[in-house]
Design a protein around this ligand. Sequence first.
Ligand code: ZN
Length: 217
Amino acid sequence: MSQRFILLGPPASGKGTQGRFLAGRLGLVFLSTGALLRSAVDAESDLGRAAAPILARHEYLPDSLMCPIMGEWLDQQRGGWVLDGFPRSLAQAEFLAERLAANGQSLTAAIVLEVPEGELLRRVRDRVECGDCRWSGRVADTLAGACPNCGGPALPRADDSEAGFFGRLAEYREHVLPVIDFYQRQGLLHRLDAASDASSAERRLLELLQISHGPQE
Ligand SMILES: [Zn+2]
């Protein structure tokens, strides 16, 4: 049976890192809606043109844009997946449940990454991206501010300004907390302490889902 996971959590809680880890471990497809939307903006597709001004204001896309995009993506998946960035509202969670049921599929678990606000802000301040090759990492990984990959300028990510962070945190509290309640009521929710480093969070994630710690076969 295919496994399907949703990762929830505030900005900079490490959803992308944990999502890629879990997908790699279980042989699932990983989809980050943030990466999907950024590439649509770069490609100047219809979606990208509609999304660009909303993303520039550090806001989430409305359900009227996200649901059709994700519905199309979900219908194309034959195997399991890990999703980062969807659902981001109660309406999106209900849409996902209906679409899965229509496809004869079900969700395995929803995992919420829990990190204190002070630690989230520290991570946001420490995160940089190369304008030339899109390398991303921490300030300490740069060569005196230059990209270790290509030597280009490593600068804070556009959506990582503090104003952007607090805007996204407010959006998260307003729209995603009801999604967490939704999965809690369905008995699908797992809470993951993701306050320390990524490898501790990965270990706890495997424990939470009762997946063997040994090397992958
Ligand atoms: Zn670079």
